[in-house]
Design a protein around this ligand. Structure first.
Ligand code: NAD
Ligand code: UDP
Length: 338
């Protein structure tokens, strides 16, 4: 089956492409390279032996999408493309709504014209806002606290309405918890441009000597050690979740919603400690004030995905940090420039 992967050279998209190839699918990657590099394609080939077809295009370009869908006999689309930095979204809300909301509407419209009716969308646990309790099930109320989160929520709502109007479509909303780690080969990984916004790439850059010290945002949360607790999931498990969604939900008309998480929560200090062990490097850190908009704790109830997609995360914290370190230590500056 030919699958169009928007945002396919990005962090989660590239790992998903590897698992798609390994599972016998034929991914066609489409990306505007705003936040990724072409060098990823050669790395995918290094791991799988296959260099996937790549189309440099923007998801807001409807003609390019229709061409990509028709010329490659695409049967399903996995839509990763978008902007993802929460802080930046507060500064540049229009860019976020344009890329994430408008981009998805253009994609759905192009799919309709091309007659492709299976879509898997990258959503986020951020749509649960500040949850009243943990673990979080898919039926928890949704809300948004920043433009990035709101863009995900708006897309979820638009796609839900669109699926209601087009009951023969299969639309799957995958709500990711905190993806970390890398392909175990160390050939692919997370390569943020500039100062990393997320904890794990920041910690990895401290371990490799690119940055001096991790700022831990808050030590007074109502959690066991006072630091924020999240559900970190190995990116390879997340990638496998897409294959499961494609196989088990992608063939069924309907609107499908799944949490992709492990069901375990780790604190910021747990993560720093695990990374220090995996890397054998000291990870200096200091406590600073809370980051605005952060919540105390968040982890998934992943049982719906386990039940219906026959998927569950299998890689533990040691594998997450070990694989992240393998990537960071063998590619200290990330991917080479194109
Ligand atoms: P990423 O930035 O590594 O990948 C996104 C890719 O989309 C990049 O390669 C970028 O160049 C491309 N892109 C952006 N705008 C585009 C456009 N208009 N047209 C074409 N390509 C475009 O991010 P990621 O971590 O791989 O995230 C993938 C998806 O998963 C995003 O939608 C993100 O919001 C979502 N998500 C990520 C996380 C996370 O923590 N990484 C958590 C929850 C959800
Ligand atoms: N965090 C931190 N220092 C950093 C980045 C993040 O202490 O430099 C904390 C953040 O407050 C949260 C956790 O690490 O408790 C995960 O943050 P991240 O930005 O990686 O993901 P989020 O859950 O916010 O999407």
């Amino acid at each position: 089956m030919n699958v169009l992967v928007t945002g396919g050279t990005g962090y989660i998209g590239s790992h998903t492409c590897i698992q798609l190839i390994e599972a016998g699918f034929n991914p066609v990657l489409l990306d505007n390279l705003y936040n990724s590099k072409k060098a990823v394609l050669e790395r995918i080939k290094r791991v799988t032996g296959v260099e996937p077809l790549f189309i440099q295009a923007d998801v807001r370009d409807k003609n390019a999408l229709i061409n990509a869908l028709q010329a490659n006999n695409i049967e399903a689309v996995i839509h990763f493309a978008g902007l993802k930095a929460v802080g930046e979204s507060v500064e540049k809300p229009l860019e976020y709504y344009d890329n994430n909301v408008h981009g998805t509407l253009v994609l759905a419209d192009a799919m309709r014209e091309a007659g492709v009716t299976r879509l898997i969308f990258s959503s986020s646990a951020t749509v649960y806002g500040d949850p009243a309790s943990v673990p979080i099930t898919e039926s928890f109320p949704t809300s948004a606290t920043n433009p990035y989160g709101r863009s995900k929520l708006i897309v979820e709502e638009c796609l839900t309405d669109f699926q209601t109007a087009n009951p023969d479509w299969s639309i799957t909303l995958l709500r990711y918890f905190n993806p970390v780690g890398s392909h175990p080969s160390g050939s692919l990984g997370e390569d943020p441009q500039g100062i990393p916004n997320n904890l794990m790439p920041y910690v990895a850059q401290v371990a490799v000597g690119r940055r001096e010290c991790v700022s831990v945002f808050g030590d007074d949360y109502p959690t066991p050690d006072g630091t924020g607790v999240r559900d970190y999931i190995h990116v390879m498990d997340l990638a496998d979740g897409h294959i499961a969604a494609l196989k088990h939900a992608g063939s069924k008309p309907g609107l499908h919603v799944y949490n992709l998480g492990t069901g375990n929560g780790y604190s910021v200090l747990d993560m720093i400690d695990a990374f220090a062990k995996a890397s054998g490097k000291p990870i200096p850190y200091q406590f600073v004030t809370r980051r605005p908009g952060d919540i105390a704790e968040c982890w998934a109830d992943p049982s719906k995905a386990q039940r219906e997609l026959h998927w569950q995360a299998t890689r533990n914290l040691e594998e997450m940090t070990r694989d992240a370190w393998r990537w960071q230590s063998s590619n200290p500056q990330g991917y080479p420039e194109d």
